[in-house]
Design a protein around this ligand. Structure first.
Ligand SMILES: Nc1ncnc2c1ncn2[C@@H]1O[C@H](COP(=O)(O)OP(=O)(O)OP(=O)(O)O)[C@@H](O)[C@H]1O
Length: 302
């Protein structure tokens, strides 16, 4: 679990992080979203003890990073995939990290296998593709088998296959009961990976919600077709939705498509169409953060 309590970081007059209070729970992938300069990296660096807060605190499993007895066994991070020493082999790079933390060589081979780099273990880091360096970074984060993981923009620059791999990995790590925090600029990408999101802008918390809540909040309505329209309409109203009828279909507000499907299934009511309509999550996110974009493109006056 990661907790920040009124976490603040000032650089001169810039409040990079401003009284940020959040929780990142185990068993979930939490997306950490915000425009450029919102304070995501600074927050992560403070959680990892790489930057000192100006105010407030950042805790991993209830302790500040500096107070963790075996930090690499509690928290792992992928911050900058370019950071590995280019002249060493992938395996040696990990062995150096492992030895510095009292971890045996066997675990090195295990994590190489886990991230699909066993075949490239003797290649020099400098000769690895970006996707492979990213995997090596993930291997390093997993060395101590930590319960808390932070990934800063892990899909940046990856090809579709690499992106899919990262997505699956995050979900698997969360399914194993770990707390996984992943930063991104893109709500669309996060909606596919994360089940919760923390949105920040100019260092401040804008929104903390489950992706499901977010969809329900920003979606206009859900179009539902069912041969049992009347009965389904009553069930949905009973669950708090407002229901209108249009062209033989139900227009449902106040419930997410997944909840509608679950309710229909629990009553054995057939559903022939279920279409969420309205703003995409990406649009919703842009609206949420439009006041906090650091550098806005200026329109040229003519
Ligand atoms: N070492 C530093 N010195 C001065 N200002 C800094 C420093 N690090 C970050 N900042 C400023 O703090 C703010 C937050 O930056 P940060 O890198 O945490 O944002 P971010 O959300 O990670 O952005 P990006 O998505 O662009 O990586 C920015 O205004 C940035 O310019």
């Amino acid at each position: 679990m990661i907790e920040t309590r009124r976490l603040t970081k000032r650089y001169g007059k810039t409040r990079a992080v401003d009284e940020l209070t959040t929780k990142v729970e185990p068993g979930h992938v939490t997306g950490f979203l915000g425009p450029n300069g919102a304070g995501k990296s600074t927050t992560m660096r403070m959680v990892l003890g790489l930057d000192r807060p100006t105010g407030g605190e950042a805790l991993v499993n209830g302790r500040r990073y500096a107070e963790l007895r075996r930090p690499v066994h509690e928290v792992g991070a992928l911050l900058d995939a370019g950071a590995a020493h280019g002249g060493r082999t992938a395996r040696d790079h990990l062995r150096v990290l492992a030895r510095a933390n009292g971890i045996g060589d066997r675990r090195v081979d295990e994590v190489l296998e886990l991230v699909g780099l066993a075949g490239a273990a003797t290649r020099r880091v400098g000769a690895l593709s970006l996707g492979m360096r990213q995997r090596l970074g993930v291997a390093a984060a997993l060395l101590g088998d930590p319960g808390v993981l932070l990934f800063d923009e892990p899909v940046n620059g990856l090809d579709p296959e690499g992106i899919r791999w990262v997505r699956h990995l995050m979900r698997d790590l969360a399914a194993e009961g770990r707390a996984v925090l992943v930063s991104s600029h893109l709500m669309g990408e996060m909606a596919l990976t994360a089940d919760r999101v923390i949105v920040i802008g100019r260092g401040r918390l804008v929104l903390e919600a489950s992706v499901r809540e977010l969809r329900a909040r920003f979606q206009e309505d859900v179009l539902v077709r069912s041969p049992e329209r009347g009965e389904l309409g009553r069930v949905l109203e009973g669950a708090g939705a407002s229901v209108a009828t249009e062209d033989g279909a139900l227009l449902v507000r106040g419930l997410a498509a997944a909840d509608i499907a679950d309710l229909a299934a629990s009553r054995g009511l057939p559903v022939h169409e279920l279409t969420p309509r309205g703003a995409s999550l990406e649009d919703a996110y842009l609206r949420l953060t439009e006041d906090s974009v650091e550098y806005r493109a200026k329109e040229t006056a003519r």
